[in-house]
Design a protein around this ligand. Sequence first.
Ligand SMILES: NC(=O)C1=CN([C@@H]2O[C@H](COP(=O)(O)OP(=O)(O)OC[C@H]3O[C@@H](n4cnc5c(N)ncnc54)[C@H](O)[C@@H]3O)[C@@H](O)[C@H]2O)C=CC1
Ligand SMILES: O=C(CO)COP(=O)(O)O
Length: 349
Amino acid sequence: MCMGENGRVSLDEVAESRRVAVLGAGSWGTTFAKILADGGSRVSIWARRPEVAREIMQSHRNSDYLPGINLPLGIDASSMLPEVLAGAQQVYLSVPSQSLRENLRIVRELIPERVPVVSLMKGVEKGTRYRMSEVIAQELDIAPERIAVVSGPNLALEIAKQQPTAAVVSSSSLETASAVALAARNPYFRSFVNTDVVGTEFGGVLKNLIAVAIGIVDGVGYGENTKASIITRGLVEMTDFAVAFGALPETMSGLAGLGDLIATCESPLSRNNTAGRLLGQGYDYHAVIAQMNQTAEGITSVAPILELAAERGVEMPIVSQVAEVLAGTLDPRDIAPHLTTDTDVPQGE
Ligand SMILES: NC(=O)C1=CN([C@@H]2O[C@H](COP(=O)(O)OP(=O)(O)OC[C@H]3O[C@@H](n4cnc5c(N)ncnc54)[C@H](O)[C@@H]3O)[C@@H](O)[C@H]2O)C=CC1
Ligand SMILES: O=C(CO)COP(=O)(O)O
């Protein structure tokens, strides 16, 4: 690192040495850019739409996704990928999960060598059923040690308002997780680390599905008993599923599991919860999709998650019922924390 004129390292030089790129200027990409900038990094965001990049550059706002939020001055934005990625020391990815692969194919040659690549996403790919870190490893052909994922109870708008929040950064390399966690921290945002990538990633995917179920019963008008029963049994489903794929059970009781489950199930800010509520109010799948102007990953993750569950013999009664409501084969009023077709023999909790 070079010195300023007085022989000291200037703040600009420190920030320059921590140049990071965020691909995706939706609500989470933009909020994460703010987290990183408020932590001292110099951040470039890639926005697919030039008008979004222009608004961030000129007004320091992204009013479509974060109304009322002023972004820090240390954030640049562009719709030109080479500009955004040049010199980045870390690359964060925050596009809808189903579009990750096509985007990686475009940026493959532009990602600087050896830098960590971080998924902020909470979905699985339809068809392949891959987690986002698996899509990254496959498309970029990089070692798992360079890949990290971030998850936790992280409703974007609350964090953009600087409400105190925690998350977990996971990588098979603790060194990579720690480097990312050091960048992704500031007075209102604290990143913990772990090496359970499978659990951390599946936690974020699975809680979306339970949040859709909670939205459905909310839309129907059921009360707290129903919701608490679904959340509690939902956590059992999440844990059974994740452990069957090699996750540690304790990850599911951490920020990426229970923590995110609580936040997403309780908040009207959650798009998954909102989509569920519309289903519970009687809108069908197509009407719900038409009303959502932001990404609700749970809707597209249901099918691949149930296919994966079937592969490993994991029972997921709540997620199965969400799939049935989406398919129009189950009346939202009949959704329950158990299958109504269960045997009459009482089961252990
Ligand atoms: N919003 C939140 O509170 C949080 C979201 N996440 C995750 O972050 C990921 C991104 O979600 P959000 O930013 O919330 O979604 P969003 O709907 O707010 O924004 C999505 C962004 O991706 C862009 N986009 C859409 N299709 C695209 C494509 N084919 N190629 C490239 N860009 C495309 C949109 O223009 C938009 O800028 C999701 O996986 C979500 O689960 C994770 C934690 C919190
Ligand atoms: O992941 C989230 C909170 O942690 C955001 O949830 P939604 O995608 O349902 O808005």
